[in-house]
Design a protein around this ligand. Sequence first.
Ligand code: NAD
Length: 374
Amino acid sequence: MENEIEYVRNNGVVEGPKKVLIICPSTGFGLSSRITSAFGSNAATIGVYFEIPAAPGKPGSSGWYNTAAFEKEATKAGLYAKSINGDAFSDEIKKKTIDLIKADLGQVDMVIYSVASPRRTHPKTGVTYNSVLKPIGKPFSNKTVNFHTGVVSDITIEPCTQEDIDNTVAVMGGEDWEMWIDALRAENLLAPGVITVAYSYIGPEVTEAVYRKGTIGMAKNHLEATTKVITEKLKDIEGRAYISVNKALVTQSSSAIPVIPLYISLLYKVMKEEGVHEGCIEQIDRLFRDRLFVGGEIPTDEEGRIRMDDWELRDDIQERVARLWAEVTTETLPEKGDLEGYRKEFFNLFGFDVPGIDYNADVEEVVEVPGLVE
Ligand code: NAD
């Protein structure tokens, strides 16, 4: 966390947002969005996440400790930072967030939507949907790696049903994002010129069948299409919704997708060698500095998406990754790919394998989140 804060601070001030609501700010891209808003733009931040609190004898989830550390540092820097722990999909948590914004900030000028969840209970019907990661239409066979053991093997994933697609769209599509914006707008909590950003992924051909053209890809299509709906709804206050297509990175969510960890191991190797590797903080810092707050038109692709995957999808990078993909085996992965880098980042997500930490020392597992609103 300190390194990430340092990174943003060292890059200087971004003329960015001043009051930011981040939905899912406890890990991955959402955490980096909160750090960049606060330490790049000196913004007040409210975070809504779903984490396990620390209790005596029962450590909390890593996002709990991340949030505690962030809020401690933000408060030290004189920045407003409060959070709400609960199901972001629910009406109850939306209402709690609305009350907090009303009481403390009045309005927000940016809303970041960084949800990655395997399930969602619909707030109106009470139906719970589970998302799946499956190809559509036919089975998909390719290589994958168990990054714990380093074994590269072939995997076949059977195609989904229409219900799987609908369920995945219900969880990871844009309906909840739109519900958040509707709820905030109805209470006049969005400042004139507000921007809202959600994160998407496209990726290479090798992962296409299970990602972009699979069930999750259908959800991302829906999320991306929701930008137009939201922008239309925010017209009178000149608000806009954006998608940022980010690069593939090791997070709790991406590590659960078949095939992706092997692709990331090879991608990391190539991008590091080419000097263009980025983690979540570098991606979001660049999103703020070089795209969102450049002081003019926000650069997008033809579909209106901001492309932070520009370096990942560079032709020379993808050609090298495709060559490595064809050759890689269990025996050659440690040398052809960056399996060590993958593992390290994975363990780092949970606070392990961090240099300078004495893992034999006694720890106090109960840590308070300073700005938590009960
Ligand atoms: P992550 O697993 O690191 O973070 C998920 C966050 O969601 C956590 O903060 C968690 O607390 C929160 N969350 C989950 N369910 C919740 C709920 N019901 N209520 C409140 N909070 C909840 O995920 P990530 O990889 O940073 O993904 C964030 C977004 O970025 C997703 O839309 C993902 O598709 C996108 N993305 C990820 C990658 C990648 O390679 N990791 C690449 C491009 C885009």
